[in-house]
Every structure is written in C-alpha cells, then in structure tokens.
Design a protein around this ligand. Sequence first.
Ligand SMILES: NC(=O)c1ccc[n+]([C@@H]2O[C@H](COP(=O)([O-])OP(=O)(O)OC[C@H]3O[C@@H](n4cnc5c(N)ncnc54)[C@H](O)[C@@H]3O)[C@@H](O)[C@H]2O)c1
Length: 300
Amino acid sequence: MTGAAGFLGSYLCEALVAKGAKVTALDNFTIGSTSNLEPFKNEMQIVNCDITKNEIRSYIEGSQIVFHLAAVANPRSCREDFDLAFKINVEGTKNVLDASRDGLRVIFLSAAAAYGNPSYIPIDEKHPLNGRDPYAISKIMAEYLCTNYYQNCGVPVVIVRNFSTFGPRQTPSYIIPTLITQALQQKRLEIWNPKPTRDFMYIDNTIDALLRIAESEELIGDVINIGSGEEVHIGALTEKISQMFGGLPIVNLNKDVVGSERLVCDNTKLKKVTGWKLIVPFEDGLQRTCSWFKQASLGQ
Ligand SMILES: NC(=O)c1ccc[n+]([C@@H]2O[C@H](COP(=O)([O-])OP(=O)(O)OC[C@H]3O[C@@H](n4cnc5c(N)ncnc54)[C@H](O)[C@@H]3O)[C@@H](O)[C@H]2O)c1
C-alpha cells in the first residue's frame, strides 16, 4: 500500500492485517505518521519510501494487489505547490503503474473533486470530469494514466472516486477536524461559506467499500464511486458540531466557494456490484469523531 501511514491508509492497513493479509506499508511520512500504524506495526512491513523514486518497484514486486493512496491529498496544498502535486499525484502514479506491470491489481484512489461543479446530482460514474483546481486536475491526469495502462499494458486497474471520508486521526487541515479543533480550542466555529454541500462518510464505511472493491473481478478496468449518497450543507455540518459541543457560536466569513459547490455520490453501482451498504451513519460517525478528538486533546 502506498500512502499507508495516512488517514485512509492506516485504517486500510489495520483492516488488511486483521484479515490475515501480508501487508507492505509504503510512505514517505511527509503527512502520514508512524503513530497511525503503531498498534499493528509488528504485523506488517513498514518502509520509508517515496513513490516518485524507482526503489518502489522492489517493494511492489511479488504482491497481488497495490492500493495506491499516496498523494498530496489536500486541495489547498495542491494549490500552494502545483509542481509538487503534479510530481507526486501524476508522475508518482505513473511510477506505481510502471512497477505494477506483471498482472498486479492496482486500486487507485481518485477523488470526487474530479467531477468539478456537477451538472446533475447525485453524481454517478458516467458524469463528465470537470474538475478545474490543481488537486482535481492531478487526479484526472492520474486516472487517464490508469486507463491507459489498463488498455495498453494490461495492468488490471480499478479507479475509485472517493467522496469525503472523515473519522478519528484525520489530518487536521480537513473541514471536520478543523471545526472540531476550533470547538475544542477556541470555543467557537468559523466557516468560509455555509452553502456548499459534501457527501461525508465515516471511515469504517469507506474501508469496507475498498475491501469489497479489491475483491471484485467485475470492477477491473472500471471506475467506481464511494460515498454515502447523503448531501450535507457545510452550514448544517457546522451546526451539528456546535450542538455536539453544547451549542457553540458560529462565525460565517461569507467567502467565495472554493472547489465544487455540490458533491453528492450516486453509490448505486457500489451497492449493486459489491453488496456494500452503510454501516455507520453520518451522525454516529460525527459523534465518534468528536469524542476521539476530545480524548486526544486531553492526552496532549
Ligand atoms: N480522505 C478523503 O476523504 C479522500 C477523498 C477522496 C480521495 N482521497 C484520496 O485517498 C488517498 C488517501 O487520502 P488520505 O485522506 O488518507 O490522505 P493523507 O494525506 O492522510 O495520506 C496520504 C499519504 O501519502 C503519503 N505520501 C505523500 N507523498 C508521498 C510520496 N511521494 N511517497 C510516499 N508517500 C507519500 C503521505 O505521507 C500520507 O501518509 C489520497 O490519494 C486522496 O487523494 C481521500
């Protein structure tokens, strides 16, 4: 797995180890942390490795499946340094695909951001890719590489367009950890704009979907969405977090919307092909996440 020490990667490693899989966890630890892998570190191989370097081949060789998660995954970081985002998200993906030519299955983590501002809701896999910001562009380019390697080199690739996953341990710069951290530290919440919508899904649901996707022969060479199908306004999310902390004040900065205005997943294909269904509903997941961040802040 590339990006194994990150948010999604560390949960996926844990789930694979629990299933008895032999896991090699690759990460360059720029964002991800060894502490994310600590509880199960002795049950897998952990390697400090950069996906833009050729050494990755030796670690991928002999595997059955590559989960390719390593990326500059934060859209803001991609805007700040598009050169780095291009190098890791696009060239890094090419390097992983080059290393995977021997029939090895590659599960590539793309993002709903690739859809841009949608022309219809909910968004199914046939929706055109309209993403305009550097993060979305890098994911679209990487997707084209995946399709090309599947069609021309026989690499069995599955492209996964993930919507917004959240949960304990998520990197602080995303909206849910940001709001929870504000609640804990500043006792008030600050949002750019309440209007955009996102499809937020608790981590356990995403990991279950990824494991099912990896086991499906039918999805090879195909694209699949992961998301809950529930549309949540940023304003409503903020209100819920405020309530979970006893009703904290909310400051609306009324800034322009950055990125897509609405993102809601049509998960019909995921349900139909893999039998996936939601395990942890949004509000339960949010409650668990708030509790985890509260506990973590007490431990500091
Ligand atoms: N979290 C979400 O809601 C979400 C939504 C859509 C898509 N995705 C995609 O899923 C994947 C994982 O996302 P995440 O939220 O866990 O992000 P994350 O930032 O927590 O994890 C990414 C990991 O990649 C590692 N990495 C970065 N550059 C690397 C390099 N050159 N070599 C090796 N490792 C490198 C980082 O250290 C980090 O551990 C990403 O590809 C992301 O674009 C995530």
